[in-house]
Write a protein that binds this ligand. Structure first.
Ligand SMILES: Nc1ncnc2c1ncn2[C@@H]1O[C@H](COP(=O)(O)OP(=O)(O)OP(=O)(O)O)[C@@H](O)[C@H]1O
Length: 269
């Protein structure tokens, strides 16, 4: 379903230069696969999801979605770009930017209405019930909590019946029940799903296949999630684990430890 070949992407640095975001990325993802994308701040996770959503074309290399080349020329074709973004939805890390309608109801209904789909009201009720948003349907989205906004943005995407779901740090502001719902929902969903996260403790729940982006914006690892999480040298290289000294009790001995971010201490050697 997704093929990336030697993909390079950079962004303007605001001073006339460019900052690299993705370098030499080769990737093949089959329909229905669930992948988790790990990497430190600035590694390129969001850039990868934006590229797959057709928000930005590769600068070099190739992106093929369902065998179709996605490049600047194709994305300039508005009907192609609209269909790509309906099929490959992206939940932003900060969903405020996605919410612009006067009520939650209209927010969720917006996409299907633009596409002229029938029975939008029933679909809105369905997704509002799934995400426990029914009591909020008539509220303005800006008056919601961070987690509620995230769920509204998610409902507005899921109603589009996507084939590729791209989630950028989706559990950052979700409570445990909502995070648990999301994990179960994605597991059962037929769509291909790529989820980026810093939360190593959640990584295995988002996918049995893991991509690790290095600080040099290259793909450091593509393989089983469990093996990645057990590979401390890999996590340290990707800046997902750090080395520090750790004192056991007030007067205890001091050991060097590798600390997997948001996980327990792992004694060295
Ligand atoms: N729209 C943009 N304009 C300019 N630079 C950008 C833009 N988006 C990303 N960058 C830069 O590209 C690089 C990769 O950023 P990206 O947001 O993809 O990383 P990330 O892995 O998602 O990071 P984080 O974990 O902090 O969200 C960074 O150096 C970042 O500053």
């Amino acid at each position: 379903m997704i093929e990336l070949e030697a993909v390079e992407l950079s962004w303007p640095d605001g001073q006339g230069g460019r900052v690299p975001a993705l370098r030499g990325i080769d990737l093949r993802v089959a329909a229905g696969e669930k992948l988790v994308v790990l990497g430190s701040n600035g590694g390129g996770k969001s850039s990868l999801l934006k590229l797959l959503n057709g928000l930005v074309p590769p600068e070099r290399g190739h992106y093929r979605y369902d065998g179709q080349q996605v490049d600047a020329a194709r994305l300039a074709d508005r009907s192609f770009a609209r269909r790509l973004r309906q099929e490959t939805v992206l939940l932003f890390q900060h969903p405020e930017a996605m919410l612009f309608n006067p009520s939650v109801r209209e927010e969720i209904a917006y996409g299907p209405r633009r596409l002229g789909w029938p029975d939008v009201e029933a679909q809105v009720e369905h997704w509002a019930r799934e995400l426990r948003l029914l009591p909020l349907l008539d509220k303005p989205p800006h008056a919601l909590s961070g987690g509620e906004k995230q769920k509204v943005a998610l409902a507005a995407l899921l109603i589009l019946r996507p084939r590729l779901i791209l989630l950028d740090e989706p559990t950052a502001s979700l409570d445990p029940r909502s995070s648990g719902w999301l994990v179960d929902f994605l597991f059962d969903h037929p769509a291909t799903v790529l989820t980026s996260t810093h939360h190593l403790s959640m990584a295995a729940e988002f996918g049995s296949r893991c991509l690790v982006l290095g600080e040099d914006h290259r793909l450091l690892y593509d393989g089983p999630t469990e093996a990645a999480l057990a590979d401390l040298a890999l996590l340290e290289r990707a800046n997902l684990a750090h080395r520090h000294r750790h004192r056991h009790g007030a007067h205890g001995p001091v050991h060097a430890h590798l600390h997997r971010h948001d996980h327990g201490h792992v004694p060295e050697g």
